[in-house]
Design a protein around this ligand. Structure first.
Ligand code: SAH
Length: 226
């Protein structure tokens, strides 16, 4: 067991370099927000996937995380974080409380946790919540609050949120989520099913302004819990 831990830590040493290369690639792909780039450089992505996939963790690719779900590629995680922070111009604002829908393996939550005071993250698959809660504890990510539930309803008890990041695709933006967005806050989510488009909705008072961005590919947002 100790040996296994050490060998993972060993990969951790070289992974700092590999992560550095990933960050350079993110810059080339157009990510400008230095805070987001720093967060991507700091979170050990290889420790969020199964050990068998560890060597592929820093490739620009989506990876399976079990239960038929996938972890998004590094670019889309960085892109969504940048959009949540209003970061298109190279800098963004500090985030207080952020809501993530679709905790999955916890990687994206851990990246958001570097950019926010607190991240509440809802996941509909109970077993995934248990596994990821243990992982986040082990990695000492203390400002992510995993919750089991249907994210379509948001997390009313913790609202309002400075940003809401939805990591699964759906045709419509759930009304409950819009209602839980703080004034000046942003919701980032993939819209559609077979064809999906990343969208950002910004709230100013009671006005919600939507922008459609690039095409993306996410697993579907499903109703209810499992
Ligand atoms: N952000 C995750 C990506 C996980 S993939 C990561 O970094 O690993 C999307 C996740 O959304 C899946 O785990 C899926 O179970 C979850 N999901 C789908 N519909 C949901 C819903 N209605 N409420 C909460 N989670 C949901």
């Amino acid at each position: 067991m100790v040996e296994a831990m050490n060998s993972r830590a060993g990969i951790g040493m070289t992974s700092a370099r590999t992560r550095g290369r990933m960050v350079e690639r993110l810059r080339e792909q157009g990510i400008k927000d230095e805070m987001v780039l720093a967060a991507m450089g700091a979170v050990p992505r290889h420790l969020y996937v199964d050990q068998a996939l560890e060597s592929r963790a820093y490739e620009d690719t989506a990876l399976p995380i079990g239960f038929g779900q996938t972890i998004s590629n590094p670019y889309i995680v960085a892109r969504m974080a940048e959009l949540a922070r209003h970061g298109e111009n190279g800098q963004g604002r500090e985030l207080g409380r952020v809501l993530e829908i679709g905790l999955g393996c916890g990687y994206q939550a851990a990246v958001l946790a570097k950019l926010a005071r607190e991240v509440v993250s809802i996941e509909r698959i109970a077993q995934l919540v248990g596994k990821t809660r243990a992982r986040l504890r082990e990695l000492r990510v203390n400002n992510v609050r995993p919750k089991h539930g249907d994210g379509m309803h948001g997390a009313k008890d913790f609202a309002p949120f400075d940003a809401i990041v939805v990591a699964a695709a759906f045709g419509e933006v759930p009304q409950a989520l819009l209602a839980q967005l703080a004034d000046g806050g942003r919701l980032v989510m993939p819209r559609g099913s077979a064809t999906q488009t990343l969208c950002v909705i910004e709230r100013q008072g009671d006005t919600f302004t939507e922008r459609l961005l690039e095409g993306v590919k996410f697993v579907p947002l499903l109703p209810g819990v499992a």
